[in-house]
Design a protein around this ligand. Structure first.
Ligand code: F6P
Length: 320
């Protein structure tokens, strides 16, 4: 069997590569690693993996295999080349560690006859079929650390800070970090708020005697940092707080994975191999109520986990 990591890297991918490789070797199978995601499958960048090749990586962020987004793989011709490369080496199965786009690719490969199992790995945590994806806990914690640090200086200067975090079209990281960090306002793509409403909430917080305020903005929110700043410029004299902006960008995708991400990656990587062993293919492994589950890739591809609006409301109540 072969393993690859695809799409945006996520902390914990290495732990998943290790778990898949060692899980396969423990069953007496041969394991191969594919470089740079689907691009390496098309370009035949496939190498054998031994137990020691995946040693000393569980604590590292990123992915030792490299990752890429491959436009060629979306085309049937690209996938046909990839399938030929696997067949020529006698590779019968593939584990794909990646997020939404990557699992759409694995769903296509499964439809075309390959034994594929997907392992959900994306900081965005937008994948259907699992409560949590590898990397999202680390991204939430990095965002939270930034919020905690900004709150310190916000408090000293009686300022408001707007913190933009990643997540593409999903507000999970912003919501969880905002709730944990005691944010005054959280702006998500799934639950729109206008710049005027944000400004109003900050004005009200100032009037209630707050010494600082944190606004967490998901990168996909329509009320982005630019829109907020433009609006704020017009009204700042009446709001009370000065507003500063911090965009975290790719910082939230780097660094060492948390214990939760390493454990999740180890469980799901091993579970993917177990699926293949019992002939279960064309599925995504995931976690539901802390139990490993699997769902057909065909049902997952292109769908997005809905946001937990109850948590958004809870954050609002806590900000009084
Ligand atoms: O999907 C992970 C992610 O980090 C998103 O949160 C973000 O929108 C996107 O990837 C950034 O992509 P890139 O690394 O290609 O700029």
């Amino acid at each position: 069997m072969a393993v690859l990591t695809s799409g945006g890297d996520a902390p914990g991918m290495n732990a998943a590569v290790r778990a898949v490789t060692r899980g396969a070797l423990a069953k007496g199978w041969e394991a191969f690693g594919v470089r740079n995601g689907y691009a390496g499958l098309i370009g035949d960048a496939i190498e054998p993996l031994a137990a020691r090749d995946v040693g000393g990586i569980v604590q590292h962020g990123g992915t030792m295999l490299g990752s890429a987004r491959s436009p060629e793989f979306v085309e049937a011709a690209g996938r046909a080349t990839a399938l030929r490369n696997l067949a020529r080496r006698g590779i019968e199965a593939l584990v794909v560690i990646g997020g939404n786009g990557s699992q759409t690719g694995s769903s296509s490969l499964a439809r075309e006859g390959l034994a594929v199992v997907g392992v959900p790995s994306t900081i965005d945590n937008d994948l259907y079929g699992t409560d949590v994806s590898i990397g999202s806990d680390t991204a939430v914690n990095i965002t939270l650390e930034a919020i905690d640090r900004l709150r310190t200086t916000a408090s000293s200067h009686q300022r408001a800070f707007a913190v933009e975090t990643m997540g593409r079209d999903c507000g999970y990281i912003a919501l969880m970090a905002g709730l944990a960090g005691g944010a005054e306002v959280i702006a998500l793509p799934e639950s729109e708020i206008t710049p005027a409403e944000v400004a109003e909430r900050l004005r009200a917080a100032y009037k209630r005697g707050k010494t600082h305020a944190i606004v967490v903005i998901a990168e996909g929110a329509r009320c982005g940092v630019r829109e907020l700043m433009q609006h704020y410029e017009k009204e700042k004299a009446s709001i009370g707080f000065e507003l500063r902006v911090t965009r975290l960008g790719h910082v939230v995708r780097g660094g060492a994975p948390t214990a939760a991400d390493r454990v999740l990656a180890t469980r799901l990587g091993a579970a993917a191999v177990d699926c293949l062993d019992r002939g279960e293919k064309g599925v995504l492994v995931g976690l539901s109520c802390n139990t490993v589950v699997s769902s057909p890739l065909a049902d997952i591809a292109g769908r997005m986990r809905p946001a937990d609006r109850g948590l958004l409301e809870l954050a609002r109540v806590m900000a009084i």
